[in-house]
Design a protein around this ligand. Sequence first.
Ligand SMILES: [Fe+2]
Length: 495
Amino acid sequence: MNTSTLSTLAQNNNRKSILVVDDYLPTRNLVVEALDQSGSYEISEAADGTEALQLFKRRPYDMVISDVMMPIMGGMELLATIREMKTSTAVIMITAHPAPELTVSAMKQGAVDFLKKPFNIDDLLFKVNLYLHDSEASKCGGEENESRGLQAKKEQLSLQSYIYDEIERADGHQGEIFQTVVELALQIVEGESCALYLYDEKSREFYLQVARSNNGTARQNAIPFVASIFSEVVAKRAALIINSDGDPLIDPSLICAPLMIRDNVLGVLSVRKKRGTGVFTKNELHNVSSLSKRASLNLENNVLYESVYANLLDTFKSLVASIQMRDHYTEQHCQRVADLSARLAQECNCSPGDIESLRIAAAIHDVGKIAWPDNILLKADRLSDEEYLIVKNHPQVGERILRPVLLLDREKEITLCHHERWDGKGYPAGLSGLQIPLLARIVAIADSFDAMTNNRPYRKALSYEVSIEELKKNRNTQFDGAIVDAFVNRVLLNQ
Ligand SMILES: [Fe+2]
């Protein structure tokens, strides 16, 4: 056996072992590939609980990641059997339907975490790393301290979970995530002050973004900034503890951790320990490091999400613009409907997220008209029955165009339902009343009002007054009456 084989074997012996159990091959492959790519784990797979147990009896695993619903033996039974074997294996359950009873029962039986399908693979990797690291840390404590170690483990897990949840809860905006990170850093270690600096790779300079001290103020002079230490964090791309050595900026101790997007350093998080409380421990370093990694993951996802989202919207808008090349009405109509819908949604107390979805959906809701031939799109006469059938198909065509896009669920729903009527006589599904999604009921009113008040190939524009009367006349037949009232009495009156 040559030396390189020996070193590979030695490495493999140090690698944590994970058993992935799922009867659905695509999910199993996804998890296995993601774990495999990290290069840190020895991975086995099984298609159900019995197969997993057979493997488990041959050797214990450090971690089992298991689906709940599987034929022959499901995940809960597998979890119970593993616990009976009294191993220290960490078990993470995966399910599409995490009912609270199921979650509680799995946690009682000793599952360390639950992941809801479809899950973000980065979340899974984060949790795997977290729980495996933790089991390692508790083993180091020695057997005589087992109960204390177990208690510490529980506390550590709940702290990590807390970090995870708080970052997840932070609004998607970068600024909000930065604030949350700084406040959390102060909470999870005995910090006196904390600051987040953004790093400009070109100039190699740091710019203060958020600063807090433990009494809630943002005291500029309490923020430690030590250029040489920050540069070291950037170079090493890892968190560091630096003890005072007489430096008043550091006194008594400082943790600096990088915030990363891909391989680039976005910024540095810096926490100083309360004076008179000793220096930071390795465990505190680990906690701040987990926090910065978790936040980095969120920031990276946001950047990715925003760029993918912006690209998609540009694509759909250019589709709408291509309809406008044939019919000048459509694009401007969509823009006006977007503005009216957003104002109406505000009057209906919709959330900012709903209003954003409405703006997008209203701008692209007629994208299905792309399937109309010119003789229908530009027709000045009454449509034949056959032509009307093609016209009525545009919500479904639009929804089909948007269907492959995972991010636009609400927008797809609005596109599909914007011609449904309150009395059930609309299309395509004939939904009625509250069955029609609220945002689609809002767009229906803005869409009709704008269509009435503008020239169409088949008729001249109606006046504002006549159009308003038309909306009122169709309260609770074509339209949701309460939303018509909000539109007429508040949106139009405030113009
Ligand atoms: Fe339409």
